[in-house]
Ligand binder design. Structure first.
Ligand SMILES: Cc1ncc(COP(=O)(O)O)c(C=O)c1O
Length: 370
């Protein structure tokens, strides 16, 4: 497989731990180990006390799978597979696709959602959003125009990274109906589901609504625990999950024992954690909005409808790459240039961390000076 370098991950590897203020992360403020242990129910605390650091069950700890299944309307624990989120994309693409298949994927997007299929010998058509009425819209007409008679898989990510786009429930049902009419497989990256902003309803999970769908979710974004490296695939199709599980034997074999139990504790408090993250994002989004209005000669943006990131446009002199480089070098603020996604006029801003106000202040002072 000829996997291309993962542009965003290489960018973070270069700058995330050497820049003082990170204003482009897609995770939400991370919990500490003591926060999580304080959330533990008596049952989880007992499991933690007796935890063996041996290998774990390949498909995931049975209690964790039970808790994951409870997040869905009609799935059983057997219809879930625990793994690291990024691993879930990789394994599902290999399990779902054959070389030569045609795939349609939302773009711009998280690179592995299309790059694994491409490296596997598939042709990927990019479904690009329109920017209309100050929001990003993935139009179903545009999707329909990309579908071919041999299209096997549609890949979606809602709420969307990096634009913050979200469909309405009616649009979502129309999309699922289109998939059903064409008998498409659907990979639905739901890593940001739960972070819908006020006025924008949460969409039903694809795996609940469509028998040929696989949903990906996890603790990295909505639940403030990316360092646990715990996520899952959920699908009605158990045979598909079994194929992914067989491939997992070639990646991690099983998940980390402490990670699984800490994930159980986090999931048992998930409503509280997600609500706190939504409040933080809304408050950071209001500050960012005021900042953009103050610098309207150089910046414009569409408010996200969900998720923790947005994709503003740079309209000043030079391009967004140069703007982000200068912000890093002169203000010690990390913004992710849109060129990482092939969108040279844009950049990604992350709104899920408590340090965002300080980073926005630093950018503001810098722009007023320069
Ligand atoms: C849309 C999307 N899917 C999957 C992932 C992978 O999550 P993780 O980094 O926890 O493996 C990310 C991470 O940024 C993401 O944004």
């Amino acid at each position: 497989m000829n996997l291309q370098p993962f542009a965003l991950e290489r960018f973070f590897a270069a700058y995330e731990f050497s820049t003082r203020r990170i204003l482009c992360a897609s995770d939400c403020e991370a919990l500490t180990l003591s926060d999580v242990l304080a959330l533990a129910t008596p049952e989880a605390a007992a499991l933690w006390g007796d935890l063996s650091l041996g290998y774990t069950q390949s498909a995931g700890h049975p209690r964790l799978r039970q808790e994951i299944a409870r997040l869905y309307a009609g799935l059983s624990p057997e219809q879930t597979l625990v793994l690291a989120p990024e691993e879930g994309i990789y394994l599902a693409m290999l399990a779902l696709l054959e070389p030569g298949d045609h795939v349609v994927c939302m773009f711009p997007g998280y690179q592995s959602l299309y790059a694994v299929a491409e490296a596997h010998g598939c042709t990927v058509s990019r479904w690009r959003p329109r920017q209309s009425d100050d929001r990003w819209v993935f139009a179903l007409d545009d999707l329909a125009a990309l579908l071919r008679s041999d299209t096997r898989l549609l890949v979606v990510n809602l709420p969307h990274n990096p634009t913050g786009a979200l469909m309405s429930p009616d649009e979502w049902f129309d999309l699922l109906a289109l998939c059903a009419a064409r008998e498409l497989l659907l990979f639905s990256d739901e890593m940001y589901r739960g972070l819908e902003l006020t006025g924008h309803p949460r969409l039903g999970a694809a795996c609940d609504l469509y028998p040929r769908a696989v949903s990906l979710a996890g603790l990295s974004k909505t639940l403030s625990a990316p360092g646990l490296r715990i996520g899952w695939l959920a699908a009605q199709d158990e045979a598909l999950l079994a194929r992914c599980a067989a491939l997992k034997d070639y990646t991690t074999i099983c998940s980390s024992a402490p990670g699984e139990l800490l994930a159980l504790m986090v999931l048992q408090a998930s409503q509280r954690i997600m609500a706190a993250n939504r409040t933080l994002i809304e408050s950071n989004a209001a500050l960012w909005d005021a900042f953009v209005r103050d610098h309207a000669d150089r910046l414009t943006w569409s408010l996200p409808r969900g998720g923790s990131v947005a994709f503003p446009q740079y309209r000043g002199r030079g391009d967004a790459d140069a703007f982000c480089r200068a912000a890093r070098e002169e203000a010690d603020v990390l913004l992710a240039p849109g060129s990482l996604w092939g969108y040279a006029e844009h950049f990604r801003v992350g709104l899920g961390r408590r340090s965002a106000p300080e980073a926005i202040d630093a950018l503001d002072s810098w722009l007023k000076r320069s």
